[in-house]
Write a protein that binds this ligand. Structure first.
Ligand SMILES: NC(=O)c1ccc[n+]([C@@H]2O[C@H](COP(=O)([O-])OP(=O)(O)OC[C@H]3O[C@@H](n4cnc5c(N)ncnc54)[C@H](O)[C@@H]3O)[C@@H](O)[C@H]2O)c1
Length: 400
């Protein structure tokens, strides 16, 4: 298939573009490289030395003989996006191209506005470009499990059948997003559902859990194919950050009580899930929602696993509860369905000790590149905390 991968220079997008290309698809990446700029603006950088997009693509071609196209364009620029559609004539569009950090979206008004405009317009433009230039194409859109929040009932895959006052209907599952970033994802889902109903587009919304891990089969084929790995307080996600902390002898920073429970997925499975969704497209007018995670963990249980594996490696790893910068439940019920991707053939890669050990070893390999000043969470959710400035430096509160 001819596939346009929007946001293909990012963490999930790069690994997925390589995987789709390795599987024989004709892949073109569209990215404005803005994530690299945001890193510079924030003064953070990937743990791993990611190469420029040109070097990445040359290395892929030299290693595999396969070519991936690249279009440098901002998806919020409709004319540029349309030109890309006319050039590529995509049969499938995979959209990763958004601002993806919840803390980034909570820094201040400007970052909230940037996230809202960038994400919402990018999604809207893709839908209009499909309507006008590729109405038969299938959109695979990255959403997040964070759209649902943490309800006290089991989370279904997008829809729930409810009875109300003696009548029954299947309706979108209620959403309770936890940041301006998550709010944009809820709006995206509404736009997708709307345009499938009204225009007959076909779309799959992948509500993805927190992604962990660095390597995939393809990114390890050559050094220049290495993926990004974020560990900082704005972009670093729980397990990735814990593994870097363990490698450095930095205490594992558990926000609050650590009972926050979420769906998680290995990057190896992210790329497989996207391929499965692309290769079995939705019908015309169909809006599918897949919950894309393989396991659920509380933050505290992940930290305990890293402490245990670190100790077995001879590292002295300590766990510290720090003040939670977010406004969220720290102890709650959490259960979610994830049947659709399993039904399509996904064989989950489960988190085990060797995987954690591998991530700690990777972090140790790049130890010299770590700036520990970037680890503390610096963005506060609560009203009243000063906007635009680092939050109270993560105050260490030891709990047993
Ligand atoms: N990483 C995770 O744990 C995770 C979890 C759930 C969902 N997701 C979703 O997956 C997608 C990819 O996440 P990621 O971790 O790879 O993020 P990332 O920041 O590494 O990559 C996003 C890419 O999109 C590009 N981009 C952003 N705005 C753009 C625009 N207007 N035009 C063109 N390109 C643009 C960036 O330059 C970057 O290369 C996001 O939509 C994110 O919300 C990620």
């Amino acid at each position: 298939m001819r596939i346009l991968v929007i946001g293909g220079d990012g963490y999930c997008g790069w690994a997925t573009a390589l995987h789709l290309s390795a599987c024989g698809h004709d892949v073109t990446i569209l990215d404005n490289l803005v994530r690299r700029k945001w890193d510079r603006d924030l003064g953070v950088s990937s743990l791993t030395p990611i190469r420029g997009i040109g070097e990445r693509l040359r290395s892929w071609e030299a290693t595999t003989g396969k070519k991936i196209g690249f279009i440098k364009a901002d998806a919020t620029n409709y004319a540029a996006l349309v030109e890309a559609f006319q050039t590529v004539e995509p049969e499938a569009i995979v959209n990763f191209g958004q601002q993806r950090s919840a803390p980034f979206s909570m820094i201040d008004r400007d970052h909230a506005a940037l996230t809202m405009v960038n994400n919402t317009l990018c999604n809207l433009n893709v839908l209009w470009a499909m309507r006008e230039h590729a109405p038969a194409a299938h959109l695979v859109k990255l959403g997040t499990m964070g759209e649902y929040g943490t309800p006290n009932i089991e989370i279904e895959e997008g829809f729930i059948t409810i009875e109300h006052k003696g009548r029954r209907d299947t309706l979108p599952f209620p959403k309770q997003p936890g940041s301006f970033y998550h709010l944009t994802k809820v709006s995206d889902s509404d736009q997708l559902f709307f345009t499938c109903r009204i225009w007959g587009l076909r779309a799959t919304d992948l509500n993805q859990g927190v992604v962990y891990g660095l390597d995939t089969e393809e990114t390890t084929l050559a050094p220049a194919l290495v993926n990004r790995f974020d560990y900082d307080g704005v972009y670093g996600t729980a397990l990735n950050r814990f593994c870097v902390e363990a490698a450095l002898g930095h205490p594992l920073t558990v926000y609050g009580r650590g009972g926050q429970t979420r769906g998680f997925i290995n990057i190896v499975d992210t790329v497989r899930c996207v391929r499965l969704a692309v290769e079995t497209p939705a019908e015309a007018g169909e809006f599918r929602v897949f919950n894309q995670f393989t396991q659920t963990f509380s933050v505290l249980s992940l930290a305990h696993s890293v402490v245990r594996v670190g100790a077995a490696m001879g590292l002295s790893v300590e766990l510290q509860h720090v003040e939670n910068p977010r406004v969220e439940k720290e102890l709650h019920y959490y259960s979610s369905v994830n049947n659709h991707l399993l039904a399509l053939g996904l064989e989950p890669t489960l988190l085990d000790d060797p995987t954690i050990e591998g991530m700690i070893r990777t972090a140790a390999r790049y130890e010299k590149r770590v700036d520990t000043g970037q680890i503390p969470a610096t963005v506060q959710w609560a009203a009243g905390s000063p906007p635009g400035r680092p939050a109270v430096p993560a105050k260490v509160v030891r709990r047993s």
